[in-house]
Design a protein around this ligand. Structure first.
Ligand SMILES: [Zn+2]
Length: 97
């Protein structure tokens, strides 16, 4: 996912040292995923810029079963949650999970 989310990746240094994914056996999240999880779990983060939100919406509208309109007005937290959920669905569709 890292190649798609170039804007979100720039926020990676803003995420606290401990990734909020809390996987018991260690974090394997790439930069953008750590950023999305930080928004999702309401870790203190700067508000997403229009460029960050656009990247999220562009991703969402390309995943089957998700529409841009559904997330256009969503909070940063809900938008991030939508992207994370759609990533799981996307990976399932491609047989990666
Ligand atoms: Zn993680």
């Amino acid at each position: 996912m890292a190649r798609f989310f170039t804007q979100l990746a720039l926020l990676d240094p803003s995420v606290p040292v401990r990734c909020p994914c809390q996987y018991p056996h260690g974090c394997v999240c790439d930069g953008p995923e750590r950023v999305l999880r930080a928004y999702c779990y309401k870790v203190a983060m700067p508000p997403m810029t229009p460029a960050h939100r656009e990247e999220c919406l562009a991703w969402i509208e390309n995943v089957e079963g998700y529409t841009r309109a559904e997330y256009q007005e969503a909070s940063d937290q809900d938008l991030a949650r939508g992207v994370l959920h759609s990533m799981v669905d996307y990976a399932r569709d491609k047989g990666l999970l």
